[in-house]
Design a protein around this ligand. Structure first.
Ligand code: F6R
Length: 615
């Protein structure tokens, strides 16, 4: 939700900031802006416009973009519609200070009223403009410098923020701060970078510091970096090395990141399993569980908290853990859990699942569960993000940067980690038989090859997806492990093609949704020869009897479903609990090709952002 980037050093800031914005565009793309201090002309130039980063690039043509210090922003609107004025950076009243912000200032209305009474005027409808005006007010009324004013002002701010600020008369000074929104400082040779995540930084330096909540980074050209708390207590920075590489951030010849990420899944699953499962498939090790075996042995309940696609992965985790670990599992939407006054016991294990590791609701759910004494385990993709830092233990998914806004490879990596966890917890608790342990572990090792085989169906899926661009609605059906997958298939379609889609447990169809079936209605059915196969075949018959169009995902060679469905996609057979991993591929490809055929922007669908750092 909004991407921020900053630079101070001896190079031209503009190209670095612009490239950084392109990298962060997945976080928001309704408007973009940049502020630069031109040392030569002693100006603080702010350029901003509605639209994407490419529009900003066009907008600044023939403008003064000089300067070796600057800040830039790509926005996902919260307060104030997406337009030129509400775009960041925002000036202070005197236009001496410019600020960019990711987050929400909750007490902005009270502060704005106070400032209006003192004669301040506002151009935009944003909470961010209130913050920059407030900082200037504190600076002027206390006759102090900007660094002190930022400390004083932030002590009165309620809400979430990652901010970066520059000043017209101070081209050697950049200040940034964070609370509940991510901020990374990159340390180069006589230069410093700021960004919402490490992707804009990685090509310049691999040395980074992930700022903690309520930390302020003060960067001066001569003295370098100093990190303090809001109360101005100096902190010792913890410098970390990035393991990301640049090719992970490029499209690599694919037309969209989403397609690249779909095709990366055999590789990401191998990376996810690497060092965790031996080649014989008879030993699975997850250090995060191994180091806390007693907790997992004694736990009475597992609570999984997540949002969106991660919630779907968590629901597959529930099916896995209840079957093989014999422990009650509940899956919660983080946003509901955190406000519901849930009953949480100290011997609960709470698993937080988040690709970005920054989702505000999941982070709040983690903090709530922690305050009740539960043991918190994180499953995250972005290394060093807020959620993995807030948990007691966890496992990274190692899927690499996911840039397409619709989650694909992170989902299958989350399901893989949950499968590995199930095997380890099942063993620790003595609930999984040796036979099942071996069967699942050994079959899991074969899944990347089966995904590879399924990806060969890309052209076939592309061809018949053209038939469905007419549709206004879709239904997705599955049972057991494939019910959460039906939900995920429907979410993929709706978020990138803007076609309304509902996922349902197949047997629930007759309790209502069947009324929607007519000759226009495409119904995707995951009808694999495992689990409740015969019952799903009956559901297909019920749809056909009402003239619905059935697109079935079937097990290779299944002649029965071939005959009763209108279209079918054959995937290789695998263990029932592993079907969602292989069957994800055709669902992702179907959504992708329908959206592309409809001419939608699949990597940056409207209204969405990759990292949801607001409630
Ligand atoms: C859908 C999608 C979202 C995210 C959700 C949670 O394709 O990407 O539904 O899954 O916003 O995000 P994370 O996993 O980062 O917590």
């Amino acid at each position: 939700m909004c991407g921020i980037v900053g630079y101070i050093g001896n190079k031209d800031a503009f190209p670095i900031l612009l490239k950084g914005l392109h990298r962060l565009e997945y976080r928001g793309y309704d408007s973009a802006g940049i502020a630069l201090v031109s040392e030569e002309r002693k100006n603080l130039n702010v350029y901003k416009t509605r639209g994407k980063v490419a529009d900003l690039e066009h907008f600044v043509e023939s403008k003064d973009i000089s300067g070796t210090i600057g800040i830039a922003h790509t926005r996902w609107a919260t307060h104030g519609e997406p337009n030129d004025i509400n775009a960041h950076p925002h000036y202070s009243q005197s236009e001496n200070i410019a600020l960019i912000h990711n987050g929400i200032i909750e007490n902005y209305a009270v502060l704005k009223e106070e400032l209006l009474r003192k004669g301040y005027t506002f151009q935009s409808a944003t909470d961010t403009e209130v913050l920059v005006q407030f900082i200037e007010y504190v600076k002027d009324s206390n006759h102090t410098d900007l660094a002190t004013a930022v400390h004083l002002a932030l002590s009165q701010i309620v809400g979430a923020y990652a901010i970066a600020i520059i000043e017209k008369n101070n081209p050697d000074f950049l200040i940034a701060a964070r609370k509940s929104s991510p901020l990374v400082v990159g340390i180069g040779e006589d230069e410093f970078f700021l960004a919402s995540d490490a992707t804009p930084i990685v090509e310049y330096t691999n040395k980074v510091i992930y700022l903690d909540d309520e930390e302020i980074a003060v960067i001066r050209r001569e003295e370098g970096l100093k990190i303090t708390s809001i109360e101005n207590v100096e902190k010792t920075p913890h410098i970390q090395e990035l393991s990301m590489n640049l090719s992970q951030l490029e499209k690599g010849g694919y037309p969209h990141f989403m397609l690249k990420e779909i095709f990366e899944q055999p590789r990401t699953l191998l990376d996810c399993m690497s060092g965790r499962i031996n080649v014989e498939g008879n030993n699975v090790v997850l250090s995060g569980i191994f180091d806390n075996q007693e907790k997992f042995r004694k736990a009475k309940r597992i609570v999984i908290c997540a949002c969106g696609t991660s919630w779907h992965a968590g629901t597959i985790g529930m099916y896995l853990m209840e079957e093989y670990c014999r422990i009650p599992v509940v899956v919660e939407y983080s946003s509901e859990f955190r406000y519901r006054k849930p009953v949480i016991y100290p011997d609960d294990i709470v698993i937080a699942i988040s690709q970005s590791g920054e989702t505000a609701d999941t982070l709040a759910a983690v903090e709530l569960a922690k305050s009740h004494g539960a043991f918190i385990y994180g499953i995250c993709n972005v290394v060093g993000a807020s959620i993995p830092r807030a948990t007691h233990s966890g496992s990274y998914t190692h899927a690499g940067p996911e840039i397409g806004v619709a989650s694909t490879k992170a989902f299958t990596a989350q399901v893989t980690v949950l499968t590995l966890m199930t095997l380890v917890i099942g063993k620790v608790r003595g609930t999984i038989s040796e036979e099942n342990y071996l069967k699942i572990a050994q079959e899991l090792l074969k899944v990347p090859a089966k995904m590879e085989q399924t990806l060969q169906l890309n052209e076939q899926i592309k061809e018949f997806s053209k038939i469905f661009t007419y549709a206004k609605n879709f239904i997705y059906l599955g049972r057991g492990y494939n019910y959460p997958l039906a939900l995920e298939g429907a979410l993929k379609l709706k978020e990138i093609s803007y076609i309304h889609a509902e996922g349902y447990p197949a047997a629930e169809m007759k309790h209502g949704p069947i009324a929607l079936i007519d000759a226009e209605m495409p119904v995707v059915v995951i009808a694999i020869k495992r689990g409740m196969y015969e019952k799903v075949v009956s559901n297909i018959q019920e749809i056909k009897a009402r003239k619905g169009k059935v697109i079935a995902i079937i097990t290779e060679g299944d002649e029965i479903v071939k005959q009763v469905s209108d279209y079918y996609i054959e995937i290789p057979d695998t263990e029932e609990c592993l079907v969602p991993l292989v069957a994800s591929i055709p669902l992702q490809l179907l959504a992708y090709h329908i959206a592309v055929t409809k001419g939608q922007d699949v990597d940056q669908p409207r209204n969405l952002a990759k990292s949801v750092t607001v409630e």
